[in-house]
Design a protein around this ligand. Structure first.
Ligand code: PLP
Length: 398
């Protein structure tokens, strides 16, 4: 039976493991904490360094522990290959270079992207003559005119945005981008390959902050780019020079975390949906944001794109107060952890006004719907009833 034909839960626990070793094969792959690898024969070394033979010479180039993690992510994404990076940001930079972004090019960015992704294109690539253009990419009817006007080299979108959980139609965006000669890079961090496999919908490269759901335990930072084998080979050539590779210890932790991704993501998504409904029913909050709630602007789209599925494990709430009130709420939380990031075993609460959206002028934040009272919960593995009780008691302290 081929692993690639199995369900995600099976792929997650077996992929990348049990490479044949002599005289024994460990069930869990070891951490190859070695900078270099002995070449038994100089001909072999020559072939590996020349690229005609797969193998290992130097960990900055490649490492078997990292390769096992890459293999597992590629299989889960239904991709031919994957390349791991030191962080999600390093993976995004690699994907932009891999899409051929060069001086004089424009990159079209979804307005709701993770702020650092926008800054990466604007401030780092911008210094080399690349222009960042941001636009609302949730409305498919806007794709044609936007692409016609800006003629970008690459388009970058997230499947589910932060913190308002706006939903992008990846298939429609990929077709429109290709019709205008642009490459589509999709950041699949918030949906994971369990909910969305963007390559199958036409994306050219897919990026993950593995720091989040893939690793899942809040103890390792990493990133991955997945795509067709030739494209990943091209990234590999550049990574050897940039040295933005993932280390073997982190790769091992992320790979261990990946094995429980299907279980964790299912449970976290179910808890988020239950919390969203109960927080709304409490009548205590100005607004509860979850893509399945009927007042969400993309409620119809998410049901069409992900029929019968739970769209991720994040729920945002407008507490209906100012910054001081939100601070009182955050101080009163007993179980929910006030910290950035998503995808941990603990439920985390982020205040976008002072964190992810801090660099935008307040009027712009308000216009986007990121209001002063808005907080985001990245739901963990606790019992949802306990989380609800904690959030409601903290809301009493506002
Ligand atoms: N993409 C998304 C959607 C994110 O939320 C983040 C980090 O919060 C990143 C990319 C960057 O990932 P990392 O922190 O691993 O560099």
């Amino acid at each position: 039976m081929e692993l690639r034909d199995c369900a995600p839960a099976t792929v997650a626990v077996h992929a990348g493991e049990r490479r044949r070793e002599r005289p024994f094969t460990p069930t869990v792959g070891p951490i190859y904490a070695s900078n270099t690898f002995v070449a038994p024969d100089p001909e072999e070394m020559d072939a590996i360094l020349g690229g005609s033979l797969e193998g290992y010479t130097y960990t900055r180039h490649h490492n078997p522990t990292v390769a096992a993690f890459e293999e597992a992510v590629a299989l889960l994404e239904g991709a031919e290959a994957a390349r791991a990076y030191a962080s999600g940001m390093a993976a995004l930079a690699a994907a932009l270079l891999g899409a051929g972004v060069a001086p004089g090019d424009r990159v079209l960015l979804s307005r709701d992207l993770y702020g650092a992704t926008v800054s990466l294109v604007r401030d780092v690539f911008g210094r080399f003559g690349v222009e960042a253009v941001t636009a609302d990419l949730t409305d498919p009817s806007a794709y044609e005119p936007l692409l016609e006007r800006h003629r970008p080299r690459a388009v970058v979108a997230e499947t589910l945005s932060n913190p308002l959980l706006r939903v992008v139609d990846v298939g429609a965006l990929a077709s429109a981008a290709h019709a205008h000669g642009a490459q589509l890079i999709v950041d699949n961090t918030f949906t994971t390959p369990l909910l969305c496999r963007p390559l199958e919908l036409g994306a050219d490269l897919v990026v993950h902050s593995a720091t989040k759901y893939l690793g899942g335990h809040g103890d390792a930072t990493g990133g991955v780019v997945v795509g067709p084998r030739e494209r990943i080979r091209d990234l590999y050539a550049r990574q050897k020079l940039l040295g933005d590779n993932l280390g073997p210890f982190e790769a091992w932790l992320l790979h261990r975390g990946l094995k429980t991704l299907p279980l964790r993501f299912q449970r976290q998504s179910a808890s988020a949906w239950r919390l969203a409904q109960e927080l709304r029913d409490s009548g205590r909050f100005r607004r509860v944001v979850h893509p399945l709630l009927p007042d969400h602007p993309d409620a119809e789209r998410v049901r069409r794109l992900y029929p019968g599925r739970l769209p991720g494990a994040v729920v945002s709430v407008d507490l209906g107060c100012d910054r001081e009130g939100v601070f009182r709420f955050l101080r009163a939380l007993r179980l929910v952890v006030p910290a950035t990031t998503v995808g941990d075993v603990y439920t985390l609460c982020l205040y976008p006004w002072i964190a992810s959206h801090r660099s935008l002028p307040p009027e712009e934040r308000e216009a986007m719907g990121v209001t002063e009272g808005l907080v985001r919960f990245a739901v963990g593995l606790e019992e949802p009833g306990d989380l609800l009780a904690d959030i409601l008691q903290a809301a009493e302290q506002i």
